[in-house]
Design a protein around this ligand. Structure first.
Ligand SMILES: *Cc1c(COP(=O)(O)O)cnc(C)c1O
Length: 394
């Protein structure tokens, strides 16, 4: 039975890899009364957030803000730039890549899905050389877009997007580069312009520290050009109407006014800390989390040290241990929410989210909950992950 009036004592530890914890400053900003979204004050807010969000993507080009989750922004990227039947090359890093692929198939695009198989499947980053070879073979330039996931939230694997850009350039191929950075943005280094991304896709509830409900598309001149001839059906998601209204700080439809208050506050917090400091903080927390996993004597799902995600660590449970039964015990005993294993790794991994508003002690609490839970579950641990993480963080 759903118990919506369930209020355990103390705080809840939200360590799923999205939604991430929302800081009080942002909650307070969101709690202000909505204003007229056609009035003069709103126009100022609109112009401010549309301009400031560019700093987060490191772009000088337009960023579209939707009232939608990341999935809406995925769909928007495809339908604005492509026509029905267009061929797209997508790369399977994990379940989020699979979900984006399924969405593209439903929308009527011809999807080619490449990736690693066997023991390497879902454990390594994007192999840019494979993309380059495939594009070189596409001499007729049938492939209209290359779609990759920057930070694969299902596996805790982050990939090198500059390398994918280089691969496309080396193949002298005109395909658009579309990147899902829903869980990477604002916690991991991201450079929309420098990396030559045509459409970056993101959302509000991960590194941006906001509740779910906003989706983002950062554009390039080439993507905007493609949108002028793309024939996919679209209305609510169409960039042209939104960009026209955005010129004066407004939207064609009612925007999520309160989430935009929150976005304004979130950007302020991120810029005050400094993006480089934010990224360094996440790298440090992630290495502490991995030190804990190693001390337990367990494996991370990610097998390539160059691709360890700074925002989520997927831990492989010992043979015979149902990761979801373990997560259930940890939630019930310690009020700590961990991410479930998705798709092909269901029941085999649990995920510790350390994205957005996370610090040494919130991470240590999560590691401690995992450690106590695993012991209670009867798992023989090699050593203490809490101690290992503390040593790294103190
Ligand atoms: C969370 C997430 C999404 C989008 O999911 P929504 O539930 O629609 O917000 C897409 N890609 C990645 C990598 C994600 O982590």
């Amino acid at each position: 039975m759903l118990k919506l009036d369930f209020h355990p004592s103390g705080r809840h530890f939200l360590n799923v890899p999205g939604p991430s914890p929302v800081p009080a400053r942002i909650l307070n900003a969101i709690s202000l009364p909505p204003i007229d979204h056609r009035g003069p004050e709103f126009g100022q807010l609109g112009l401010k957030v549309l301009s400031d969000i560019k700093q987060i993507f490191k772009t000088k080009q337009p960023v579209i803000i939707y009232s939608a989750s990341g999935t809406g922004a995925w769909e928007a990227a495809l339908v604005n730039t492509l026509s029905p039947g267009d061929q797209v090359l997508m790369y399977e890093t994990g379940q989020f890549a699979v979900l984006w692929k399924n969405l593209a198939v439903r929308l009527g695009f011809k999807v080619e899905f490449m990736g690693l198989s066997g023991a390497k499947e879902w454990r390594y980053g994007v192999d840019a050389a494979k993309i380059e070879a495939r594009l070189k073979a596409d001499t007729g330039h049938q492939i209209k877009a290359v779609c990759v996931v920057h930070n694969e939230t299902a596996t805790g694997v982050i990939s090198d997007m500059a390398a994918v850009r280089k691969a496309i350039d080396a193949a002298k191929h005109p395909a658009l580069l579309m990147v899902d950075t829903v869980s990477g943005l604002a916690s991991a280094e991201y450079r929309h312009d420098d990396w030559g991304i045509d459409v970056s896709i993101s959302g509000s509830q991960k590194g941006m520290m906001l509740p779910p409900g906003l989706g983002f598309n950062a554009l390039s001149a080439k993507a905007i050009e493609a949108s002028k001839t793309a024939k996919s059906a679209k209305a609510f998601l169409a960039w042209d109407d939104i960009m026209e209204a955005n010129k004066t700080g407004y939207w064609p439809t009612t925007p999520s006014v309160n989430l935009l208050y929150g976005l304004h506050e979130a950007i302020d917090m991120l810029m005050n800390e400094g993006l480089d400091n934010v990224f360094a903080r996440h790298q440090r927390l992630a290495s502490a989390c991995r030190a804990a996993v190693a001390a337990w004597g367990l494996e991370t799902q990610c097998q390539d040290p160059a691709c360890y995600s700074p925002v989520v660590t997927a831990v492989v449970t010992p043979e015979g241990v149902d990761a979801d039964a373990l997560r259930k015990l940890i939630l019930e005993r310690y009020n700590l929410s961990l991410g479930t294993g998705l798709g092909k790794v269901k029941g085999r991994v649990f995920r510790i989210g350390h994205m957005g508003d996370c610090n040494a002690l919130t991470l240590l609490a999560a590691i401690s909950g995992c450690e106590m839970g695993m012991k209670a579950f009867g798992i023989k641990l090699k050593g203490s992950g809490v101690v290992a993480a503390q040593e790294l963080l103190q």
